[in-house]
Ligand binder design. Structure first.
Ligand SMILES: [Zn+2]
Length: 458
């Protein structure tokens, strides 16, 4: 007799596998063992399991993958003094506030931020932590501790800034480090935490913040280090028109030309935003194999422009979805961002520009492509067991009978019924499984209050 599986989810309204054939199985089931999907199938063939969970009326999708975030910024959400400026004004207002970041703040903000992501159907997230004030401690290890405690699949990126105001950059001296300090710490973090194996729960990438906050030498040396350590590269690019002017004046070229010159045009890289690439630059991104993290709410709130997602996808660029930092987006629901991607694509290109399945594909397989992973983003034997059970019921979904995948993003709002990472429930029946959420929220509030008071923003 066959061993029973660890867990079987059955009776789904639809299982959206995102596998190679893009199978969608009405009434289907998913079997999980040791953190991996071992089988999926149609009704009537459900195998035995130690635990069986019926998910009648629900849609099962692969877990959503967040390709760009600055989790610590949830300590400065909707920060009143920065609400009406452009991107550079917003950054200049917040850099001094963020200079208070320490290990406690990194840990608590990550803990709360990852909970928020899990409730919104996200199972893997990256985090771009680029503020490392002197004496602040080991911030990345602090947030990895939170992810490990919660059981979240985590790709923190070792962000950095080395070009301060006195050198013609944007950030103040208090939050920048030297190139040598940054590279040494990057290597230490990779050696301590990075797991290259399939099913890895933690991978590190290297991530100088942006062309206007690091030296070209740091970009070049970071690319060389990533090659040597075989890890990925991440940065912001072409987020705002002002960046074109800055790059032209400082480096004598466009942002993506600079990106190529410093050795980043490669399939090791994925970039955040990419709102202003030219048509030839889109072709080059595709030829390099460089991924793009599209951040729909951030694009809208910053108000500088919308990324040319249709053109990027048509050129063959891996496009993932990102919620971006809480201080620009102020929420971290990947469901909402995926819906946002659908709406913006149609706003830019008309009703034929995108359907829900493609938006969902960006949020799953597109994200996996950005992170260089082939073991997440789809539900098929051998893939990591990261999945979301979405309730498609009640008032919000009344009448949505003919296409549950379109309904998922057109109806709503919806949060995850169950969020499962590596076979473990992080959200169960809509509730976080981790103990101590209230206590952690109180710690978070205490830090956010301190920061706001210190900035005289209350
Ligand atoms: Zn960002």
């Amino acid at each position: 007799m066959n061993q029973p599986h660890d867990l079987v989810l059955r009776n789904a309204e639809l299982v959206v596998t995102m596998d190679e054939q893009r199978r969608e199985i009405a009434g289907g089931w998913v079997a999980i063992d040791n953190g991996f999907v071992t089988a999926v199938g149609p009704p009537g063939s459900e195998p035995d399991a130690v635990r069986v969970v019926a998910v009648n009326g629900c849609l099962i999708t692969p877990g959503l993958i967040n390709t760009h975030h600055h989790i610590y910024q949830n300590l400065t959400r909707a920060f009143a003094p920065a609400m009406s400026g452009n991107l550079f004004h917003w950054l200049r207002t917040l850099y001094p506030v963020w200079s208070r970041l320490d290990e406690e703040a990194a840990y608590v903000s990550a803990w709360i931020g990852l909970c928020e992501l899990a409730l919104g159907g996200c199972t893997t997230t990256t985090d771009h932590l680029y503020v490392h004030p002197s004496g602040s401690g080991d911030l990345i290890s602090a947030e990895i501790a939170a992810a490990t405690e919660l059981g979240f699949r985590f790709h923190p990126t070792r962000g950095s800034m080395s070009l301060s105001e006195k050198d013609g950059g944007l950030p103040p001296d208090s939050v920048v480090q030297t190139d040598d300090e940054i590279l040494e710490d990057s290597e230490r973090l990779v050696r301590t935490h990075h797991d290259p194996e399939p099913g890895a729960m933690v991978r590190i990438a290297l991530a100088p913040c942006s062309p206007f906050s690091v030296t070209p030498e740091l970009m070049t040396r970071t690319a060389e280090l990533a090659e040597r350590l075989d890890v990925r590269l991440h940065t912001h690019i072409a987020e705002d028109k002002a960046e074109d002017t800055f790059c032209q004046e400082t480096f004598g070229c466009r942002p993506l030309e600079h990106f190529e010159e410093v050795g980043w045009g490669s399939n090791r890289s994925w970039v955040a935003h990419c709102v202003f690439p030219s048509a030839p630059e889109i072709e080059r991104l595709a030829a390099w194999g460089t991924g793009v993290a599209h951040c729909p709410s951030s694009n809208q709130l910053i108000g500088a422009g919308l990324a040319p997602v249709r053109e990027l996808r048509d050129a063959g660029v891996h496009v993932g979805i990102g919620c971006d930092g809480s201080a620009s987006t102020d929420h971290a629901s990947l469901w909402l961002e995926t819906r946002g991607a659908l709406l913006l694509a149609r706003l830019r290109g008309g009703p034929e520009a995108m359907l829900s399945r493609e938006a969902l594909e960006m949020a799953t397989l597109g994200g996996a492509g950005c992170l260089g992973r082939t073991d997440i983003g789809a539900l098929a034997p051998g893939m990591a067991a990261d999945l979301v059970v979405w309730p498609m019921e009640g008032v919000a979904f009344a009448g949505a009978l003919t296409d549950p995948v379109e309904a998922l993003l057109r109806c709503g709002p919806v949060a995850a019924r169950h969020t499962i990472v590596h076979g473990r429930f992080i959200v169960e029946d809509g509730v976080l499984t981790a103990p101590g959420v209230e206590q952690m929220l109180a710690r978070h509030r205490g830090i956010a209050l301190d920061w706001a008071q210190a900035a005289d923003a209350l």
